[in-house]
Design a protein around this ligand. Sequence first.
Ligand code: GLP
Length: 247
Amino acid sequence: MIIRPDAAGAAETALDFVRRLYDRKPDPVLGLATGKTPLALYGKMRASGLDFSGTHFFNLDELVGLGPDAPNSFRRFLRENLLDGLGVHEERVRLLRGDAKDLEREAADYEAAIKEAGGIDLQILGLGRNGHIGFNEPGSSLGSRTRPKTLDRETLADYGPGTPRFSITMGIGTILEARVLLMIATGEAKAEAVRRIAEGPLTSETPGSALQLHPRAHLVVDEAAASRLARADYWRWVWENKWRVGQ
Ligand code: GLP
């Protein structure tokens, strides 16, 4: 848990994780998240000067029925907010197809493509107000794989009218196989979800609590999102002392 003063600080810290990955691996496999939260990180990635040409890209989820150019399509969002202008190689970009005729088959193909690319090195994650990750709504199996999933009413309300009720999403089991998880959560509206995933019990009722099972899961939050944490002081103390282990 890394608590930064504000959203810009959280994005900077998240970029440090991305930089460290490219330091050791110039052709990594990146898992992307859609949503407002990672936008600041994506802006920084675009401006970073890092060479993304060897990167394989996957994404977490997509709304069902939307083609790649539909205004609410996650593919469109990721192209416009990150991939366009990043110098990516198209054959290394594999984003979920919400308009696939056979969604079960799309899900199986997607899992196979991730395996073929060597597995995801760094998975970027956001957090829903109800504790969801990807579109794994409360009650999702902690072992779930990529599959179609019905959106929760609260999630639909966050998106506004006209949003498709169904999604296709990496499962929690799929997400947990990424070598490193990097979740960003900012703003007061996420404070309760952050508390539940970090300090609450591991339960499918709070899908993000599955991060407790992962050996390298990093949560980067701002002070507002950390405001309900009982152990916030401990995490600040850890951050202040992180380079002093053994001194
Ligand atoms: C959606 C997405 C999630 C995302 C979450 C938070 O439900 N499926 O992947 O993390 O919303 O979005 P935001 O960052 O806009 O708050």
